[in-house]
Design a protein around this ligand. Structure first.
Ligand code: TYD
Length: 150
């Protein structure tokens, strides 16, 4: 699975650091919503869902947390521990976020307003949809390959 990190350029001077995030520049989609998670309990696991069409960038602006991603066929995990680095989540991916440090503040930039109907909260339903999407992709690639042949 390809992990899409976004590395932000801080504007630093002798007063400290500043990072600006603009849609179409640092963030590759229109930013329609921002939320942040903080004061998490040590055992907290957040997420545990996928989205049908939402695009997000996660930035742990303070402290650290672990993000686990699952595309239905592969799983991976990443540590977010820098305000300079964003994790882009785009496409049908199950996400779970845990191992929050006590001081963690996780900011999420999202491409759409909150919409419960965009959520897939059942893991088996996610697996079925992901498998369908994989098969469609493979079929598309095969057909494209056939068209390309002389
Ligand atoms: P939840 O989806 O459980 O958060 P997470 O994905 O971090 O585990 O959301 C917690 C509550 O906050 C739930 O009642 C829905 C609400 N909420 C909003 O009102 N707006 C939002 O943009 C989000 C992400 C959640």
């Amino acid at each position: 699975m390809q992990i899409q990190f976004l590395d932000f350029q801080p504007h630093g001077d002798d007063r400290g650091q500043l990072i600006a995030l603009e849609e179409g520049k640092e963030i590759p989609f229109p930013i329609r919503r921002v939320y942040y998670v903080y004061a998490t309990t040590p055992e907290a696991v957040r997420g545990r869902h996928a989205h049908r069409s939402l695009r997000q960038v996660l930035v742990c602006v303070h402290g650290s947390c672990r993000v686990r991603l699952d595309d239905g066929r592969e799983r991976c995990e990443v540590l977010l521990d820098s305000p300079r680095r964003g994790l882009e989540i785009d496409g049908l991916l199950w996400r779970e976020i845990d191992h929050f440090s006590p001081d963690a503040v996780l900011m999420v930039l999202a491409s759409e307003l909150y919409d419960e109907s965009d959520y897939i909260r059942d893991y088996q339903a996610f697996r079925a949809l992901a498998e369908e999407a994989w098969k469609e992709k493979e079929l598309g690639e095969k057909e494209f390959g056939e068209e390309e042949r002389p």
